[in-house]
Design a protein around this ligand. Structure first.
Ligand code: NAP
Length: 548
């Protein structure tokens, strides 16, 4: 659908008298960019505050070596602009970060979005003003800005976290966090490099760094189950073919539970013979992308025996690929099954451990005791490094919210409200925080994120349009509506093996104060069911939201 036509006929929005803007958006990643575009189409006066110096969010900050899509490029880009689909060529099935950052800039420039974005603008606080039914946003430079509506487009994986290890500040060599990677060139040639962390990020970075570093020492806590990405270039002719199939591609994503191109096999693991099972997994292992994770037998994530079986298949692949059996065994996860944490996608990751310049240290067996001036010390050994790379992840889902002092009606802090885990209405609104709308915040369907972003942005856009058309200046979900949705979210996680595992998906981060126990952070039902619920709310005139 062409959005420009869809929104052109809307009534002019209610003027936000005495306020600086109609809407303030925090963040200029994919969600912030699209929300800006949509609200501008409504004739709104919108301001985006972005911490970085450029657009792209995740694809701006994560410029570490090896960073690339794990979703098929053409399933990841925006679907809302026919012109962008016509004009943009993806060059790889799983595009590398520089290409994605270029893509974000291409979209922002095409729709002249940057003129409404203030860069290097870090939001320190956002306080709801009861008397004027508006939000006051304070930046770290002390400036204050007001708006009727506040949209948080802060991303679920955007608050980088360093490990809590004694002495980190004393290290004198080069040190980088993957999620805060510098724009200047970083080289590894001739250097002794350490990487701490082996999640989806670490796996990509390690594979790349190992190509040129003099030595690479990987400090692994819990290993992950990785699956080959099987990336390939996209030729011009192939891209033309993809362009012809865009409608079908996006339809498939909309229909699938997690918005990826892959869908589960509707058979159960033990419905088929051992030979058939093995052949199926072999086929999936050789397919690109999330085939094996998202496209597995349908009981893989709920039946322990089924999950053990597929885990054993992947464990044997690791054992085949890593020459030293002791190292291979260190790389086989023992405390969680395949797919119960995010599956990193790799391009030669396991073979890295066959190289002479690479060493794996299990810090479960040999804990890091201290970071020193020249490197680090484990229980067994002192190491010296020219560079330490922290691939230690993010304070996920609620972390970016926690880093802003967000206060709702009566001065209640969001952090307090969520102290026992998030409570939301359809993952977008929070009772007691009127006029605030979250894009892909807690309790939403994540999956192939841009697909979720597009839906969330359009839902928020419709809601703001609805409120504006009625001259409403206040929108706050009822406690009952919030309770009901939170219950749906809790139920959606029941029976899933992933709910029994510590990971960013269950809100656990040992490096963050107060995040040592699991919470229900995500909606784990299907994306179509999520959309159906939200569509119903809109079709019923948003009766679950108190307006004035
Ligand atoms: P992550 O999955 O949370 O991994 C962090 C890693 O650091 C883990 O191996 C963790 O070990 C380790 N770690 C944390 N604190 C440590 C400490 N104090 N000492 C030693 N090790 C420590 O984070 P991530 O790899 O950045 O990935 C986060 C998410 O970003 C992914 O799951 C994915 O959704 C997304 N991502 C997407 C792409 C893509 O699409 N292309 C690429 C990369 C990442 P434990 O496991 O033991 O905690």
């Amino acid at each position: 659908m062409d959005t420009a036509t869809a929104t052109a006929t809307r009534p002019a929005p209610h003027a936000s008298a005495g306020l600086d803007y109609d809407t303030i958006i925090i963040g200029a990643g994919l969600s912030g960019l699209y929300q800006l575009y949509r609200l501008r189409q409504q004739g709104q006066n919108v301001k985006v505050f972005e911490m970085g110096t450029g657009v792209g969010g995740t694809w701006y900050w994560n410029r570490y070596p090896g960073c690339r899509f794990d979703s098929e490029s053409y399933s990841y880009g925006f679907s809302w602009s026919k012109e962008v689909l016509e004009e943009w060529d993806w060059t790889e099935h799983f595009a590398p970060q520089p290409e994605t950052e270029r893509y974000c800039n291409f979209v922002a420039d095409k729709f002249d979005l940057k003129k409404d974005i203030q860069f290097s603008a870090k939001v320190k606080a956002a306080h709801y003003q009861d008397d004027s039914r508006s939000w006051k946003v304070t930046l770290t430079d002390g400036s204050e800005h007001t708006a009727r509506w506040l949209v948080t487009a802060v991303g679920p994986l955007s608050a980088p976290v360093f490990p809590r290890i004694k002495g980190r500040d004393s290290y004198k060599g080069e040190a980088y966090h993957t999620g805060l990677w510098p724009k200047h060139e970083v080289t590894f040639e001739g250097k002794n490099v350490a990487v701490i962390g082996t999640g989806a990020t670490g796996v990509q970075a390690i594979t790349e760094i190992a190509k040129t570093a003099k030595t690479l020492t990987v400090f692994q806590r819990r290993p992950n189950w990785c699956k080959p990405l099987r990336n390939k270039q996209i030729s011009k002719a192939e891209m033309d073919g993809i362009r012809q199939r865009y409608d079908e591609i996006f339809r498939k994503c909309q229909e699938s539970a997690t918005c990826f191109l892959h869908t589960p096999d509707m058979r159960k693991t033990f419905d088929v013979s051992p030979e058939e099972r093995e052949a199926f997994w072999e086929h999936q292992y050789n397919e690109p992308g999330f085939s094996m994770w998202v496209g597995g037998f349908r009981d893989m994530m709920t039946n322990k025996a089924a999950n053990d079986a597929v885990s054993e298949f992947v464990a044997n692949k690791i054992r085949e690929r890593v020459k030293d059996p002791k190292v291979a065994e260190l790389l086989v996860p023992k405390e969680h099954g395949f797919g119960t944490r995010r599956v990193p996608q790799e391009s030669g990751y396991y073979e890295v451990y066959n190289q002479d310049n690479v060493k794996l240290v299990s810090i479960l067996e040999n804990p890091i005791e201290e970071i020193t001036e020249k490197g680090l010390r484990t229980a067994e050994q002192d190491y010296e490094f020219d560079m330490i790379v922290y691939a230690t992840g993010f304070d996920a889902i609620t972390g970016a919210f926690d880093r802003i002092d967000i206060r709702g009606a009566g001065g209640q802090t969001l952090k307090d409200k969520w102290s026992a885990g998030p409570k939301t209405f359809v993952g977008v609104l929070v009772e007691g925080f009127p006029n605030m709308f979250m894009l892909v915040g807690p309790h939403t369907a994540l999956g192939n994120i841009p697909r979720s972003i597009e839906y969330a942005v359009e839902w928020v856009d419709d809601l703001i349009g609805h409120l504006s058309a009625r001259g409403a200046t206040y929108a706050n979900p009822t406690p009952e509506a919030e309770e009901a949705w939170t219950e749906v979210v809790v139920k959606s996680n029941e029976g899933l093996l992933s709910s029994e595992v510590d990971s960013w998906m269950t809100g656990v981060n040992q490096n963050v104060e107060g995040k040592q126990t699991r919470i229900i952070a995500r909606y784990s039902g299907t994306a179509p069911a999520f959309r159906e619920y939200c569509d119903r709310v809109a079709a019923n005139g948003y009766t679950e939201i108190a307006t004035a």
